[in-house]
Design a protein around this ligand. Structure first.
Ligand code: NAD
Length: 250
């Protein structure tokens, strides 16, 4: 029970890596707050967790809306009276294509969801964690937060910045007992790829670069995230943990 009685927020919890992390965190003893836009899926996941004997609350949250993020943390404190950890995971893949042709409004939308929202999440999460003397935040970056990839210029820019934000926040709050780390998943078979126009061809190009020669399952990302949220990683902060089947060490 790595997370016994800890209160953990997961954004983008209604599918993929977020859903798997919420389930694993609950199985490790956490009370989980599920943040997402899709009410039906979120309530169903909360019900599933309660059915397994866990404690879960779904809070409808669009991370591109600052008031939603503020309300998410407020509802968490109202329901569970503290915040010990957060997995800032919500994200989108596009716009795809060459940077020279990138529509600026789509670039801004990507930055709002994949980067700015994490800053706002961190701000509210830190204010809440200070009240109980510490906590652990994990941001979901990507292998494309370390290297570039054709057609993924905007996404890669946002994920690189997220790695930077993680380091900056880690330094700022280490002395207050708040750890901030990032994970860098390689290709994971989730819904995010269903929105990628080039579909299988792009996905195949990624996986062909993975020494393990396969996609990850969401659970394989969830478990290291739980480790980083737990006290077992109590001296780990500001790091970016690759969970990529060896992609970045080729
Ligand atoms: P996914 O599409 O299943 O999950 C993304 C979640 O974010 C979804 O539940 C989606 O509804 C939610 N979301 C998107 N915009 C939102 C918004 N405005 N407000 C609230 N929620 C919002 O895909 P996933 O692969 O589980 O993605 C999770 C994270 O993992 C993302 O940050 C993604 O960039 C990152 N990632 C994924 C892969 C991969 O190959 N799947 C690789 C590296 C990093």
């Amino acid at each position: 029970m790595l997370l016994r009685d800890k209160v953990i927020i997961v954004t983008g919890a209604t599918s993929g890596i977020g859903e798997a992390t919420a389930l694993e965190a609950s199985r490790q003893g956490a009370k989980v707050v599920l943040a997402g836009r899709r009410e039906e899926k979120g309530e169903a996941l909360a019900e599933r967790i309660r059915g397994e004997g866990g404690k879960a609350l779904f809070v409808r949250t669009d991370v591109s809306v600052p008031a939603d993020i503020e309300a998410l943390v407020a509802r968490t404190l109202q329901a569970f009276e503290r915040l010990d950890g957060a997995f800032n995971n919500a994200g989108i893949p596009g716009p795809l294509g060459s940077l020279a042709d990138l529509p600026v409004d789509e670039y801004r939308k990507l930055m709002t969801i994949n980067l700015d929202s994490v800053l706002l999440c961190i701000q509210h999460q830190i204010r809440a964690m200070r009240k109980t003397g510490g906590g652990a935040i994990v941001n979901c970056a990507s292998i494309l937060g370390m290297v570039g990839a054709q057609t993924f210029g905007a996404y890669s820019t946002a994920k690189h910045a997220l790695v930077g934000l993680t380091k900056a926040a880690a330094v700022d709050y280490a002395a207050e007992g708040i750890r901030v780390n990032a994970v860098l998943p390689g290709p994971v078979e989730t819904e995010i790829w269903s929105h990628v126009n080039q579909g299988d061809a792009v996905f195949a190009a990624f996986t062909s670069g993975v020494p393990m020669n396969r996609y990850a399952k969401s659970e394989e990302i969830a478990r290291p995230v739980v480790f980083l949220l737990s006290d077992w990683s109590s001296y780990v902060t500001g790091t970016s943990l690759a969970i990529d089947g060896g992609y970045l060490i080729r």
